[in-house]
Write a protein that binds this ligand. Structure first.
Ligand SMILES: Nc1nc2c(c(=O)[nH]1)N[C@H]1C(S)=C(S)[C@@H](COP(=O)(O)O)O[C@H]1N2
Ligand SMILES: [Mo]
Length: 317
C-alpha cells in the first residue's frame, strides 16, 4: 500500500460548530491556562470569534488532533545541551540566560546584521499553529506553537539570488549548558534546510507554546519548527541564520550519517537502521491509544510532497 500523504485528521479549514466544542477540546489545556488564555484558546477553536488582542482565529494549517498538555510538552524533551535524558532539560534548562538575545543573519542576504530578538519577533504577527511533531525515535506529540513563518523573516532580510540553503546555529554557552562540556556532539548544534523548505508556509520560527513564552527546555527564546520532518531538524535557541549556496552540515548527520540524513522527512516506508518508522508512540496517548500509524511527511504531504517530486526518498533520507 502506498503511504498516505493526506493528513488523517486535519481538514484545511476547521468546520466545527460552536456547540460541537465539548469538554474534550478544552480539558487537557484547562489545567494549564489561565482564564484569559483559555478564552483565547476557545475562541481559536471556534474559528471566527477570536477577541481582538488575543490569539487569532484558528490557523488553516492547524491539526484538529488533540493537543498534548503543556506538562507533557515541557517534561519530555530532547535538548542535548542539557543532557541525554528526556527529563534533563526540564530539570536544568531554566539556568539558561535568554535575555538579552539576538540573532546574527549572515551570508547571501541584502540586510545582514545582528538583530535583537524584540526586533525579530516584530517581523510578522504571532499566530497559533497546532502541529503534529514526530521525533526520529518514533514518539510524537501535538503541540500548539506560537510563532511566525520563517519566510517572513527571510523576505525581510532579502535573500540574494544564488542562495540555495539556510543554515541555523544554536547558542554555544558551555557555562550554562553542561551537555556542551561533555563529548559526543560537536557543538554548537547546527541544522539546515533547502531554501524552498525554509520558505514553505508550514515552516515556523516559534516563540511560545500555549500562548506562553517559549519554555527554556523547548528552545527559548526562539526555535525552528518543521512539522513534516523528524524533530531533530527543529533546532532550538537559535543565534545565527546563514544563507548559503552549499548544503550546510547538520549535527546528527555529522554524528551518524548512515542513520540521519540531511532531509529527514518523516517517512513510514524508510526505516531507521535500528528500528521501524511505520508507527509512533503518542506521548500521553494512554496504554491502548498510544501506538499510532505514521503518515508520509507526518501527514503534511499535500503541502510539501511537490518539493521532493522525482527524488529518491530512500536515498535522500
Ligand atoms: N539545539 C538543539 N535543538 C534541538 C535538539 C537538541 O538537542 N539541541 N533536539 C532536537 C530533537 S531530537 C527533537 S525531537 C526536538 C525536541 O523538541 P521539544 O523538546 O520541544 O519537543 O528538538 C530538536 N532540536
Ligand atoms: Mo528527536
Amino acid at each position: 500500500m502506498p503511504p498516505k500523504t493526506r493528513q488523517p485528521n486535519a481538514p484545511l479549514i476547521r468546520s466545527r460548530k460552536p456547540d460541537a466544542l465539548g469538554w474534550a477540546d478544552v480539558t487537557p489545556k484547562a489545567q494549564f491556562l489561565n482564564r484569559r488564555q483559555l478564552m483565547a484558546a476557545g475562541a481559536a477553536g471556534l474559528g471566527a470569534i477570536a477577541a481582538p488582542g488575543l490569539l487569532k482565529a484558528a490557523s488553516p494549517y492547524s491539526t484538529d488532533a488533540e493537543a498534548n498538555t503543556l506538562k507533557e510538552i515541557t517534561s519530555y524533551n530532547n535538548f542535548y545541551e542539557f543532557g541525554w535524558d528526556k527529563g534533563d532539560p526540564a530539570a536544568i534548562a531554566d539556568q539558561l540566560t535568554t535575555d538579552p538575545w539576538s540573532i546574527e543573519i549572515a551570508g547571501m542576504v541584502d540586510k545582514p546584521g545582528t538583530y535583537d530578538i524584540a526586533d525579530i519577533t516584530k517581523t510578522a504577527p504571532i499566530e497559533e499553529r497546532i502541529y503534529r511533531f514526530r521525533c526520529v525515535e518514533a514518539w510524537s506529540m501535538v503541540i500548539p506553537w506560537n510563532g511566525f513563518q520563517l519566510s517572513a523573516l527571510l523576505d525581510r532580510v532579502g535573500v540574494q539570488s544564488g542562495a540555495k540553503y539556510v543554515a541555523f546555529q544554536t547558542l554555544l554557552r558551555p557555562d550554562e549548558m553542561p551537555g556542551q562540556r561533555a563529548g559526543g556532539i560537536d557543538w554548537p548544534y547546527v541544522e539546515g534546510l533547502r531554501l524552498d523548505e525554509a520558505m514553505n508556509p508550514l515552516t515556523l520560527l516559534a516563540t511560545g507554546i500555549y500562548g506562553e513564552p517559549m519554555p527554556n527546555q523547548n528552545g527559548a527564546p526562539i526555535r525552528l519548527v518543521v512539522p513534516w520532518k523528524y524533530g531533530f531538524k527543529s533546532i532550538k535557541s537559535i543565534v545565527k541564520i546563514t544563507l548559503t549556496d552549499t548544503q550546510p552540515p547538520t549535527t546528527w548527520n555529522i554524528l551518524q550519517p548512515r542513520e540521519y540524513g540531511f532531509y529527514a522527512n518523516v517517512n513510514p516506508t524508510v526505516d531507521h537502521p535500528r528500528w521501524s518508522q511505520a508507527t509512533e508512540r503518542r506521548i500521553g496517548g494512554g496504554l491502548f491509544g498510544a501506538r499510532q500509524e505514521t503518515f508520509m511527511f507526518n501527514g503534511y504531504g499535500d503541502e510539501v510532497a511537490d518539493m521532493y517530486a522525482g527524488m529518491d526518498l530512500a536515498k535522500n533520507y
